[in-house]
Design a protein. Structure first.
Length: 75
């Protein structure tokens, strides 16, 4: 498991853990991001990352991106 912020661009990922409380998990769920879901890091910025899931893009701050642990999904 690696923090989302450290994973390579364009790689398919599976979210395996959210290192945060109920409020963070609910906020991410409202954005369509949950444990077990697949996504891709499409852009890395000094203040965070942009991820794509099901055709939608979501910008996440660096603090949140460090709390999301993911694994690479083999093609």
């Amino acid at each position: 498991m690696v923090p989302l912020y450290e994973l390579p661009l364009g790689q398919r990922l599976r979210l395996v853990h959210i290192d945060g409380g109920r409020q963070l998990k609910q906020r991410l769920m409202a954005l369509g991001i949950s444990v077990g879901g697949e996504l891709r890091v499409v852009q890395r910025r000094p203040g965070g990352v942009v991820v794509a899931r099901s055709g939608n893009r979501v910008a996440l701050g660096q603090g949140i991106a460090h709390k999301l642990l993911a694994e690479v999904v083999e093609p």
